[in-house]
Design a binder for this molecule. Structure first.
Ligand code: AMP
Ligand code: ZN
Length: 466
């Protein structure tokens, strides 16, 4: 069945086929490891994971590279401000390499908690300085770059067209632009490839232009080329990368190889919080740990991301995320019921679901619709092991670890209750043993007020955080 992806470069959906053979070559812009990744960042990596899984589900092999930016990402996209790594190092009074190591480890721990597959190659910027330098020297040689007192800049006027990815009109922007542009630059949109390091700068390398360090965009061009070649299949990132980072990556590659490096450019829309932007100053850049503290598992956050198509904005609130946590547990319960089921389902019916699911995920990763199919199967009154098997097959795309549903549900039951709640439950248990139903109801209401719902089942009392 054909796969259709939306391509930012062509501004339309088109059929996807790898450039060569059965292997899809992908480059994903990875994290800048100067602080904890937040749930907005993870929306981007959940999208990346779904893309991988959909391609694998279609029988493709993957050669996927993700970078780790541990140098050169300045505070603003306009080559201004401090290097984010150095700034964090100064603030935490640590070596930038220590900072990078610490946040990289936490990033991968969180990726595992979200069951996000690890790309085949993880490429750190600081381990590819020679490749980046070679790239920049090639651009100078080809006449696309020039030296100023600050560093080496890319000359966008040498290109046949700039920008190609975003449809911003740079002439209009230049007319309205601020006037304090670097006067040594030939064009206001020229960007830094290589930056001369001030005396106090920590991360710097020998180069023909003295001690210096790379600009942010060059790492992705150099590492993408090293591992995937001059032209590969897919490049991913967040929509914030379109106007500057990816635009400039394309410019660099065209200057060196004459080619746009990737055929298909895929961008994930932003996650918002409480209807607005996420930002450190608003204190709403939540981490997975902060979600977990409120009873939202990483996998519930992943399921939450499936409620919107990756190209639409998604609004996070704790209320909706808590409902998704409950939905995840219902999904697990529903799966287990099918696993114990005895009904026999026709092969045609199973095939019908399989075809529908494949058509849906192949339609530009339509996960909300794919989840609709999953829920239909879960809710089916005919409980069947065949459905459980089908759900496990679909889980190769979802990556929700349905296989271990039982363990997750047991763990959820055993979560430690606050002492006060545990005491109330014990009191209620005694009241029920004494057949003091009025007291039992009173304590149930008290628990409800404190945010816990109690159910009485054959096996005893169960309690759930609401
Ligand atoms: P950074 O570590 O800042 O380079 O960002 C890592 C990734 O997260 C990039 O692909 C960004 O586009 C993406 N990103 C940042 N904020 C958000 C957000 N609120 N929603 C979705 N993706 C985001
Ligand atoms: Zn990048």
């Amino acid at each position: 069945m054909p796969i259709q992806f939306y391509n930012t470069l062509t501004r339309q959906k088109g059929e996807f086929k790898p450039l060569e053979g059965n292997t899809v070559r992908i480059y994903s812009c990875g994290p800048t490891v100067y602080s904890y990744a937040h749930i907005g960042n993870f929306r981007a990596y959940i999208f990346m994971d779904t893309l991988r899984r959909v391609l694998q589900y279609n029988g493709y092999e993957l050669n996927h590279v993700m970078n780790i930016t541990d140098v050169g990402h300045l505070e603003s996209d306009a080559d201004e401000g401090e290097d984010k790594m150095e700034k964090a190092a100064r603030k935490e009074n640590k070596d930038p390499y220590e900072i990078a190591k610490y946040y990289t480890e936490i990033f991968f721990r969180d990726m595992e908690r979200l069951q996000i597959q690890r790309p085949e190659t993880i490429a750190k910027a600081t381990e590819h300085i020679p490749e980046m330098l070679e790239f920049v020297q090639g651009l100078v040689k080809n006449g696309y770059a020039y030296e100023t007192s600050r560093g080496i800049y890319f000359d966008i006027s040498k290109l046949d067209k700039y920008p190609v990815l975003s449809n911003r009109n740079i002439d209009e922007q230049i007319a309205g632009a601020r006037v304090d542009v670097d006067e040594e630059k030939r064009n206001p949109y020229d960007f830094a490839l290589w930056i001369k390091a001030p005396e106090t700068h920590i991360m710097k390398w020998e180069s023909p232009w003295g001690l210096s360090y790379p600009g942010w965009h060059i790492e992705c061009s150099a590492m993408g080329r090293k591992y995937l070649g001059d032209e590969f299949d897919i490049h991913t990132g967040g929509i914030d990368h379109i106007p500057t980072h990816h635009e400039n990556e394309i410019a660099q590659s065209k200057g060196l190889t004459g080619k746009v490096p990737a055929k298909c450019w895929m961008h994930v829309e932003f996650l918002q919080v409480d209807g607005g932007k996420m930002s450190k100053s608003l204190g709403n850049t939540y981490t997975l740990d902060q979600l977990q503290e409120k009873g939202i598992e990483p996998l519930a956050y992943k399921l939450f991301c499936f409620t919107a198509h990756y190209r639409t904005k998604l609004n996070f609130t704790f209320d909706t995320a808590l409902s998704t946590q409950k939905a995840l547990n219902r999904l697990r319960e529903g799966f287990l019921k099918h696993q114990e089921g005895t009904e026999v389902i026709s092969d045609e019916k199973i095939k019908e679901y399989e075809d529908k699911f494949l058509a849906t995920i192949n339609d530009d990763l339509n996960m909300p619709a794919a989840m609709g199919i999953v829920w239909e199967i879960i809710r089916n009154q005919e409980k069947s092991k065949q459905y459980a098997k089908l759900l496990l097959k679909f889980d190769k795309v979802l990556g929700l670890d349905l296989e271990n549903s039982k363990q997750y549900l047991e763990e959820a039951k055993n979560v430690e209750l606050p002492e006060e709640i545990a005491e109330l439950l014990e009191k209620r248990k005694q009241a029920r043993e004494n057949k003091d139903w009025a007291m039992s109801d009173k304590i149930r209401d008290e628990l409800k007020e404190k945010g816990y719902s109690v159910k009485d089942t054959k096996e005893g009392m169960t309690v759930e955080k609401m």
